[in-house]
Design a protein around this ligand. Structure first.
Ligand code: HAM
Length: 437
């Protein structure tokens, strides 16, 4: 039996074309986070399963985690998300670190999912989190970063929106208004989370299966029909529970005069699948009808550090996946062409004796930060241009017998076809010609 050449199900090989795209996305992510003063961090690929059991939620543990027992009998998992690792790290340093703490990372994560559009088993996720920020200001900044990245990549509010909700609102309706116990509340969270992805018939069956009363069902349907924050306000005022709306109300007022306003929409179905969120939660959605999915998800989590017996240090953050972001950028035709590499010069020789002259010239040009490919054997003139095209070289350099004897190089601009005859020792002159594309 021969071995498969395919990568493991739901993972990807990154050939140069895909790697260029990934680098492009990652560099925009890092740049955006650093523009806001966020510092990079990373953690281990493996964590003890207990870390996720504490607050990540049943779905992640029971269905998605890659776990095994190591040789020392420890039950460990490949990280399915970064937030618990980050919380563990912040728990080590928060006492002596000035607040707010601003961290970002782009880890690869593994979840045992059914591979499909927008969902793989391994993805890279841009994580941006702030700890110890004043209430609402943390959410404000975190959402600004997400929007800044999207705008940096060319996206506008015609292409994406931020759907927002507050877990306090959801808790209030489920617990105080519908009077449900923790077990039923937990089930309803999962149902509400899935409610837009299933048919009305399936939704009804799922709700019926929870065994909640007709009266509770009626409230739930009312809740699911909210289409604006005004609906929420008047419902909770009527129910005498206006308090639960206050945080989101204040937040929306705060951002009312900022660019965020153009992106935010209230959505009752945004509850987030992970258990640790405690306040405002959000997802960034593609508006394109053929790619209606979440590119990013996050929210505030006030108590995650308490699992390490530390005091609460409120955190807010998001995770934005490379797979969903790439789908979004492709859908809206926002990606540059990555099919070819990008080089400044393809340097060739047509006389075997020019090898070392060619190599030395390439070395000098690289010292000036020019990306130079040398062709390692004599190349006929007619083959130079197709090769330069393939290698994405803006210029070609040619050293034939005549050039070798006169210590010169022919430099040709691939676009304009203009040719320059330059002395090989005039490195700055060659650099100047190439820079003036
Ligand atoms: P999450 O909603 O599980 O949140 O994931 C965030 C984003 O990662 C999703 O919106 C999606 O873009 C991407 N993503 C998740 N799973 C997959 C997958 N199997 N394949 C491709 N992309 C995927 C979290 O993980 C939170 N820890 C985020 C966070 C950070 N909250 C606060 N700080």
């Amino acid at each position: 039996m021969s071995l498969s050449k395919r990568p493991y199900k739901g993972t990807r090989d990154f050939f140069p074309v895909q790697e260029r795209l990934r680098k492009y996305i990652f560099s925009h992510m890092s740049k955006t986070a650093e523009l806001f003063g966020y510092e990079p961090y990373d953690g281990p690929l493996l964590e003890e399963v207990e870390l996720y059991k504490a607050k990540s939620g049943e779905e992640l543990i029971n269905e998605q985690i890659y776990s095994f027992t190591d040789r020392g009998d420890r039950f460990v998992a490949i990280r399915p998300e970064m937030t618990p690792t980050l919380a563990r790290m912040i728990a080590q340093i928060h006492r002596e670190t000035p607040k707010p703490i601003r961290f970002y990372s782009i880890p690869n994560l593994m979840r045992y999912e059914k591979p499909q559009k927008g969902r793989l088993r391994e993805h890279w996720q841009f994580n941006v989190d702030i700890f110890g920020a004043p209430k609402r200001q943390g959410e404000f900044e975190i959402l600004q970063i997400a929007v800044a990245l999207m705008e940096e990549l060319g996206a506008t509010n015609k292409m994406f929106e931020i759907l927002i909700n507050d877990r306090t609102i959801v808790e209030t309706i489920f617990k105080k208004i519908m009077g449900l116990d923790d077990k039923k509340v937990h089930k309803l969270y999962k149902i509400v989370d899935k409610s837009k992805k299933v048919s009305p018939k399936d939704l009804k069956e799922m709700i019926d299966a929870t065994g909640i009363s007709e009266e509770a069902k009626e409230k739930l349907h009312k809740y699911l029909a909210f289409s604006s924050f005004e609906d929420v306000l008047s419902f909770f005022e009527d129910e005498g529970q206006a308090d639960c709306v206050k945080d989101l109300y204040d937040f929306l007022n705060l951002v009312n005069n900022s660019n965020l306003k153009n992106f935010l929409h209230y959505d009752p179905t945004i509850v987030r699948g992970l258990d640790y969120y405690t306040g405002i939660v959000f997802e960034i959605f593609d508006k394109h009808p053929e790619n209606r999915r979440a590119i990013c998800g996050g929210g505030s989590y006030a108590d995650l550090l308490t699992i390490f017996n530390e005091p609460s240090v409120p955190g807010v953050g998001f995770g934005l996946g490379d797979v969903t972001l790439t789908d979004f950028l492709k859908t809206h035709q926002l990606l540059p062409d990555f099919t070819k590499p990008c080089n400044d010069l393809l340097l060739t020789f047509q006389d075997e004796n020019a090898v070392s002259v060619c190599m030395n010239l390439a070395t000098e040009l690289r010292r000036k930060n020019m990306r130079v490919i040398t062709h390692l054997e004599s190349l006929k003139l007619k083959k130079i241009f197709p090769l330069a095209e393939k290698k994405g070289a803006g210029f070609v350099g040619m050293i034939g017998s005549k050039e070798l004897s006169t210590n010169r190089v022919q430099i040709k601009n691939m676009k304009t076809k203009k040719q320059y005859d330059i002395c090989i020792d005039e490195i700055d002159e060659i650099v100047k010609v190439i820079h003036e594309i």
